[in-house]
Write a protein that binds this ligand. Structure first.
Ligand code: NAP
Length: 348
């Protein structure tokens, strides 16, 4: 099959990718608890390049292979259904597939990532594509939208008008977090981004947009007083720490949820300090959680339904990239300046 593969990412996965037209296909016969899906679209996420760029050991631990294709999120077409798949009750939503079904979702760490033509997802990461949703849009739901969903749903009372601050509203997760909070849950959303993305964030439903290049975000939030129920931090630790400042802008019952951050020593220290530095020694006093997204079939079904109903939409950065240009999407992702999500067309 055709696949972009790497064996050693070095400092840049984009430059380590090579296009193979004879790449190894996922195992045959198909395991009974998996599906075989032909990928039509994939959407990359920062973790796709950050983890291999830590070093070959991290990549090996993740994929258990010396050669792998990156990518977790996809839309595609079912080619084959594992013997134990249909009529299982792994979720509230019945599982039933046949070859030819259009699907989308997320694969877990594997050598056969979504930047290759064939993948073998488990049914919890494979959901029917609603007829009115385009595969390109659905390919962005697996990680970006699902992460946004899981940062909001446990903490927000729908329709109560809770105030939410989304730090980094213009990226893959942020664009979904703004929409789910404002348009689905009825929250009043404040967000941060640079000036080129202000109108995008407003159009997605943010009531207040702060330009992080010209505004001291912590001071601007402090000036609002203790009004926020939730912070969704898509950026991570910074010198003027938003978490410590949250003592002054989060409600005493509010929660600070962080998802963003790098694997650099300074970023890891900033995250560890948020989690462990006690409030009585000058640390943050509000509830803090570092969320690691889990793939859940019911969450994906709900997100697809909201997309089909027009409550949320995928913000796709530029055009859908042709398969041959896939390294360009990783170059772009590395800049941390993606607007919404990037999408690659993998096959017809
Ligand atoms: N924990 C988990 O399970 C999980 C899941 C998904 C993602 N993540 C992590 O969450 C983070 C966000 O993911 P993503 O997919 O949304 O990333 P992304 O799409 O690459 O984010 C890019 C966006 O971040 C904005 N940005 C950059 N620096 C900023 C700053 N200082 N303040 C505000 N906005 C800033 C940029 O806006 P401008 O261009 O306007 O600067 C750009 O639109 C990443 O670190 C990713 O690894 C974690």
């Amino acid at each position: 099959m055709r696949a972009w593969v790497y064996s050693k990412a070095g400092k840049s996965l984009a430059s380590a990718l090579t296009l193979s037209k004879t790449a190894r296909r996922p195992p045959s016969p198909l395991p009974a608890d998996k599906l075989l899906v032909r990928v039509t679209h994939m959407s990359p996420n920062p973790a796709d390049h950050k983890v291999p760029e830590i070093g070959q050991l991290a990549s090996l631990a993740l994929t258990r292979s010396f050669t792998a294709s990156p990518g977790m999120d996809y839309a595609g077409v079912v080619e084959e259904v594992g013997a134990k798949i249909n009529n299982t009750t792994t979720s509230r939503n019945a599982v039933s597939y046949k070859p030819g079904d259009k699907v989308f979702g997320k694969v877990e760490s594997t050598p056969f990532g979504t930047l290759g033509e064939y993948i073998q997802p488990f049914p919890n990461g494979c959901v029917p594509l609603p007829p009115s949703v385009s595969p390109a849009s659905a390919s962005t739901l697996g990680t970006a939208a699902q992460t946004a969903y899981q940062t909001l749903i446990p903490y927000i009372t729908p329709g109560a008008g809770d105030e939410v601050f989304v730090n980094g509203g213009s990226g893959g997760v942020g664009t979904f977090a703004i929409q789910i909070a404002a348009k689905v849950l009825g929250c009043v959303v404040t967000t941060s981004c640079s000036s080129r993305n202000t109108s995008l964030c407003s159009s997605l439903g943010a009531a207040t947009v702060l330009d992080y290049a010209t505004t001291d975000i912590a001071s601007a939030l402090r000036a609002r007083g203790q009004v926020f129920k939730l912070v969704v931090d898509c950026v991570g630790g910074s010198p003027a720490d938003l978490y410590t400042a949250a003592n002054d802008y989060l409600l005493p019952s509010g929660t600070f949820v962080q998802i963003g951050g790098d694997f650099s020593p300074s970023a890891l220290c900033a995250t560890a300090s948020r989690a462990m530095w006690p409030g009585f020694l000058g640390g943050g006093k509000r509830a803090y959680k570092f969320l690691v997204m889990e793939t859940r079939r019911d969450d994906l079904v709900q997100l697809a339904q909201w997309m089909a109903e027009g409550k949320i939409e995928a913000v796709i950065d530029g055009d859908v990239y042709p398969f041959e240009e896939a390294p360009k999407v990783f170059e772009k992702l590395q800049t941390k300046r993606t607007r919404g999500n990037l999408v690659v067309k993998v096959s017809d």
